[in-house]
Design a protein around this ligand. Structure first.
Ligand SMILES: NC(=O)c1ccc[n+]([C@@H]2O[C@H](COP(=O)([O-])OP(=O)(O)OC[C@H]3O[C@@H](n4cnc5c(N)ncnc54)[C@H](OP(=O)(O)O)[C@@H]3O)[C@@H](O)[C@H]2O)c1
Length: 332
């Protein structure tokens, strides 16, 4: 029997629980270890998911020779240091979105990963999901002709809480890195990373982070429009409009199992429904494991160069808003 991939989870917050369930649902994955800054918290997390090793520090997890890949689930501002720690111990990494605060941090991590020949991927699970892959297939098969417009919105109203990472600049809070990263990853997957022009506006609030934003991206032959925010109720749909038809994602577009194809008169043509096997995160688990088994250092479905392209656009947007994080001395 082939050896299972031993996963280690670094940080035991909200998303780590969801991810642990996904790992436990994948047949050739083993949730081997977890780590928290607090040993008791790690043990409690570990006992919920049948984890073999629970560590009271991230360093112990990174140093465990039996861990094949670490899933980094800390707040955004910690990713850079946490991923570096894993790389120091020669660990492959799947890191939560947004992968870093800015391109400078990401470029440094990418060069370490390349130098040490380690697998490095952002946990942009949308790009591993069957609905997203079906839309990619329809587009490359020419089913909607040339793309002319994309709309993708992701808002998630949250009550202001000064303790929540979302509102705290020192934890990498803000709607762009938390929510906007999905619509931008979506648009760039279809139209690329070089819009001719970007027009945007953001409201700064909370404890000094972007609470919401609207972005228009102009490409040579297409437009994209995106809205994200912690203070907006939205349908969270995505639609790709082409010269011959359109593709519509159900809400919430980045995690839906359903996508539909229409002709240019708006008549329904086809739908693809692939219910998640667990909670949807299992597809990125499988993708990371498959790449590692094949000796790849980058994901096929979500290459790190795509992540870097998205990060550059997010840097550009924040620069336009004159918004930077405390550890960024000047506007990036
Ligand atoms: N893919 C998705 O669908 C999805 C959904 C939600 C969030 N995320 C991403 O996942 C990451 C974590 O989000 P989350 O919602 O799980 O956050 P969270 O509930 O606040 O948990 C973050 C965890 O990070 C650890 N941590 C390390 N340093 C910390 C610090 N200085 N302050 C606070 N916590 C610290 C803590 O774990 P220990 O106490 O165990 O050390 C904490 O429980 C973010 O990058 C976020 O964007 C992804």
């Amino acid at each position: 029997m082939p050896k299972k991939t031993n996963w280690g989870i670094l940080a035991t917050g909200k998303i780590a629980h969801t991810f642990a369930k996904a790992v436990n649902s994948v047949p050739d994955a083993k949730l081997y270890a977890c780590a928290s800054r607090n040993a008791q918290k790690a043990e409690e997390f570990g006992s919920l998911y049948g984890v073999e090793k629970s560590y009271g520090s991230y360093e112990e997890l990174a140093a465990d020779p039996n861990v094949d890949i670490v899933y980094v689930a800390s707040p955004m501002s910690c990713h850079y240091e946490n991923v570096k720690l894993c790389f120091k111990h020669n660990k492959n990494v799947l890191c939560e979105k947004s992968i870093t605060l800015n391109s400078a941090q990401l470029e440094e991590l990418i060069s370490i990963a390349r130098e040490k020949q380690l697998f490095f991927m952002e946990a942009m699970w949308m790009k591993c999901l069957p609905a997203f892959l079906k839309a990619k297939e329809w587009v490359s098969d020419g089913k909607i002709g040339e793309i002319k417009a994309i709309r993708a919105d992701f808002s998630n109203p949250v009550e202001f809480d000064p303790n929540d990472r979302l509102f705290r600049p020192e934890l990498g809070g803000g709607a762009l890195l938390d929510l906007g990263v999905y619509p931008i990853s979506f648009v760039t997957a279809f139209l690329g990373f070089e819009p001719e022009k970007m027009i945007s506006s953001a409201n700064i609030g909370g404890l000094g982070v972007d609470m919401d934003e609207a972005v228009i991206m102009k490409y040579k032959n297409a437009y994209a429009s995106l809205v994200s925010g912690f203070d907006i109720e939205n349908e969270n749909r995505a639609v790709i409009v082409g010269t011959e038809g359109r593709i519509a994602f159900d809400p919430w577009f980045f995690c839906t199992d359903t996508v539909r194809l229409y002709d240019k008169s708006g008549r329904f043509k086809e739908e693809s429904v692939t219910p998640h096997l667990c909670n949807g995160y299992e597809y990125e688990v499988t993708e990371a494991q498959k790449c590692i088994a094949e000796g790849r250092k980058e994901s096929v479905l979500n290459p790190i160069s795509d992540t870097a392209g998205v990060m550059k656009l997010m840097d550009r947007l924040r620069k336009d808003w004159n918004f930077h994080y405390p550890e960024e001395n000047a506007i990036i």
